[in-house]
Ligand binder design. Structure first.
Ligand code: TXA
Ligand code: MG
Length: 314
């Protein structure tokens, strides 16, 4: 595949581009985002067009601070308590303020808005310079693997979008999304902030969306994060011709390509490597990627969620 460099440019230049309604791919601690001025409908529309994203799937708005976030949504005391994780990999879905300076396209017509303050120095500086919240989904063509390096963004969009290179993303999976509704805290998406850490802070249970209830995060379709190859989960070893994504100690002399998410069995390291290693195995041309079983404790919840969607029928 063609390798193109990330776009060189200064932060003020990228800020100017965003203020003028352009798109810029930005680094965050989770994955790269495809950012636009959240108040500018033309700019937000070009996010949907560039990603090929369905318009009913709303975007996360990135703020530089809790103060900026409070211009967009109503924060209950519980929501404010959860904001202690900011800057960090947590997205809060909260009632949208009627006077929020947001294009209606950002929220896809919902009366809630998803907000986070990313834990990445360059992202925070850029939002400060723009002086407005930035709408940003992950910077991948819709349905595909999320990018964790600038080079992957350049590849994904064929070099059409300028990329602010902040190095590889340290967390490697997307933010945890919580809906705060009265006293209830509902996890809409498992992510880089483990459930147990959230429960420890608020001293109450983080629940799951009611089975059979309304889909609360419109983007949580079952097939997502998909490589081109088929994905087979829970594989103790690869079958003939399969690529293999291992976890923990592994003494295979496999015929096919192998990557190990974390030889030491460390889930943080595994999360950081997940999307990049799936890409590498996909690029090997194997028809099927077999994946080792991964514990579902801590960050394992988010890793297994992404793997299930990668393996879902398409
Ligand atoms: O780590 C992340 O969260 C990355 C980085 C770039 O910040 N962003 C990201 O965005 O993963 P995206 O668009 O790939 O996923 C956003 C998810 C979608 O599933 C969407 O449906 C959900 O957030 N969402 C957005 N607004 C919502 C709302 N008001 N209510 C419920 N779900 C919402
Ligand atoms: Mg995404």
């Amino acid at each position: 595949m063609q390798k193109l460099p990330a776009t060189p440019g200064t932060l003020p230049e990228y800020a100017q581009l965003l203020r003028a309604g352009g798109l810029v791919s930005i680094p965050t601690e989770t994955v790269y985002g495809l950012a636009a001025d959240a108040s500018n409908s033309e700019a937000v529309l070009s996010i949907y067009e560039t990603k090929g994203r369905p318009r009913f799937n709303p975007l996360i708005v990135h703020c530089a601070s809790l103060d900026m976030a409070e211009t967009l949504a109503e924060f209950s005391p519980l929501a404010r308590q959860l904001a202690a994780f900011w800057p960090g990999p947590l997205t809060l879905v909260l009632p949208r303020r009627p006077d929020a300076p947001l294009s209606p396209l950002v929220t896809a017509g919902l009366d809630t808005v998803a907000i986070r303050v990313p834990g990445h120095k360059l992202a925070l500086e850029l939002i400060e310079l723009v002086g407005r919240p930035l709408a940003a989904p992950s910077a991948n063509p819709s349905g595909r693997l999320s990018p964790t390096t600038a080079g992957q963004v350049v590849e994904g969009f064929g070099g059409r979008v300028p990329v602010l290179d902040g190095g590889p993303c340290p967390a490697g999976v997307e933010s945890t999304i919580l809906r705060v509704d009265g006293e209830a805290v509902i996890q809409l998406r498992a992510g880089a902030l483990p459930r147990a850490e959230i429960e420890a802070l608020i001293g109450r249970e983080v629940s799951d969306p009611a089975a059979g209830g309304p889909v609360l995060a419109p983007g949580m379709l079952s097939s997502h994060y998909a490589p081109h190859a088929r994905v087979r989960l829970g594989a103790a070893a690869p079958g003939p011709g399969e690529a293999y994504l291992a976890f923990g100690h592994c003494s295979l002399d496999a015929g096919g390509p192998v990557r190990n998410l974390s030889p030491a069995g460390d889930l943080r390291e595994a999360a950081r490597n997940l999307f990049s290693m799936l890409r590498e195995l996909d690029a090997s041309g194997a028809q099927t990627i077999a994946v080792a079983p991964i514990p579902s404790t801590g960050l394992g919840e988010a890793i297994n969620d992404r793997l299930l969607r990668a393996a879902a029928p398409r």
